[in-house]
Design a protein around this ligand. Structure first.
Ligand code: NAD
Length: 386
């Protein structure tokens, strides 16, 4: 079996993910890389390098592409790749508007080209463990899910580059939350149909900024200034929120809440799922952290009935990057079912997008528009079989 020949478009921070796919002689090798920044082209061991993604898409020596460019470019690049029949691994989020998501999905359906969404949290040990606990019926039928997302180092990760510009992300309730909204849907077994939110820019709006066109200081992503108000050299344009809270009603009746803060002293997410027969909660979200379950009927605050440990794993995002790449490489070659889902990715963007509109409109509730039936049928024929 020859190696799948992979072209990587966007070789920034996430080039670490692409690097996990490079295994010459063992199923996949990177044959081409593209980045608009020529300095980034040396980050990956490609045979050919381009600064225009269209040249990479014209390359006959590329079977599949991994797209890890900023979010606002995802739809355009993915659509172009699908049209020339190259299988696509697209980093999350699928796109920054619902309309663009739908266009990408329609193009995949029309061309029959394989589209894979990089929602690597579905391959994180803590998420899989929570799903297993729910599938075993340990908490009964999930009825409500609450997620608190503590984003430590938010100033460094999200307010020093394109993430801070809403034209490039819509907002962090979409950009950052797309993962957790997808996990909420996955754990609940339903998709958001109505959403409302509040949010504000509380910390990073009035701190020191860099002039336009100047790069962040060397080593910026290794820093963790404390307190967060000590952050300097932020992006020249900041018009996204650093605190946001959203409420959702899902199409199966589950009620969910998601909260995000970018100036927390710690960096992890805490899930609570309450079902008809119990409650689960994670403490920590990496390998070695725990998922606790309370499912006997006593009222006081007390020790959990069961405690499960997230298995050890190495690699990016607690081993999720390696696991998702395995799944993608298999899918790009052979197709078949996957744990991540383009339709689910669209539904997480839809929830985050409309929540962002809501928080910028005083908390007005919005209804999520359905995906058109033909596209849904292509991706999930079982949903529309009757
Ligand atoms: N799944 C995850 O856990 C995870 C984690 C981090 C980031 N991401 C996603 O990965 C993507 C990349 O994030 P990042 O942190 O690597 O960003 P980054 O800014 O570090 O890198 C993006 C790279 O794309 C290049 N680029 C920009 N426009 C381009 C274009 N039109 N054609 C080719 N190259 C272009 C830039 O020069 C840069 O090198 C984003 O969509 C982000 O949301 C996912």
């Amino acid at each position: 079996m020859h190696d799948l020949r992979l072209g990587v478009i966007g070789a920034g921070q996430r080039s670490t993910l692409a690097a996990t796919a490079h295994r010459p002689g063992r199923g996949c090798r990177i044959t081409a890389v593209c980045d608009t920044d020529p300095a980034a082209l040396t980050r990956l061991p490609a045979e050919r390098a381009f600064t225009d993604y269209r040249d990479l898409l014209d390359d006959d020596g590329v079977d599949a592409v991994l797209v890890a460019t900023p979010d606002d470019t995802h739809a355009e690049i993915a659509i172009a790749a699908l049209r020339v029949g190259k299988a696509v691994y697209l980093e999350k989020p699928l796109a920054i508007t619902i309309a663009d998501c739908d266009e990408v999905l329609r193009t995949a359906a029309d061309t029959g080209t394989r589209l894979y969404l990089g929602h690597n949290m579905r391959h994180m040990g803590v998420v899989r463990l929570m799903r297993e606990v729910i599938a075993r019926g340990e908490i009964g039928e999930p009825k409500t899910i609450w997620v608190r997302h503590f984003v430590g180092r938010g100033g460094e990760y999200y307010f020093k580059d394109w993430h801070a510009d809403r034209r490039r992300t819509t907002g962090l309730l979409l950009q950052k939350a797309a993962h957790d909204l997808d996990v909420i849907h996955w754990l609940a077994g339903g998709y958001t149909e109505r959403v409302s939110a509040f949010g504000d820019l509380m910390m990073y709006g009035n701190l020191d900024r860099r002039p336009p066109g100047t790069p962040p200081a060397e080593g910026w992503l290794r820093e963790w200034p404390w307190p967060p108000s000590a952050s300097t050299g932020l992006h020249h344009l900041i018009d996204v929120e650093d605190v946001s809270v959203m409420n959702m009603r899902l199409d199966n009746g589950v009620i969910a809440a998601y909260q995000q803060c970018h100036f927390s002293p710690d960096y992890w997410r805490n899930y609570t799922v309450i079902g008809t027969h119990g409650r689960l909660e994670n403490l920590g979200d990496g390998p070695g952290s725990v998922v606790q379950v309370w499912n006997s009927g006593q009222s006081a605050c007390r020790e959990p009935d069961h405690t499960y440990r997230v298995p050890a794993a190495t690699g990016g995002h607690g081993g999720a990057d390696e696991a998702i790449m395995e799944e993608f490489l298999r899918f790009a070659r052979h197709g078949g079912p996957t744990d991540t889902s383009p339709v689910a990715a669209r539904m997480s963007v839809a929830a985050g997008y409309l929540a962002t509109l809501s928080l910028r409109d005083g908390g007005t509730p919005f209804d999520v528009p359905p995906l058109d039936a033909a596209t849904l049928r292509y991706f999930m024929p079982e949903k529309l079989s009757d």
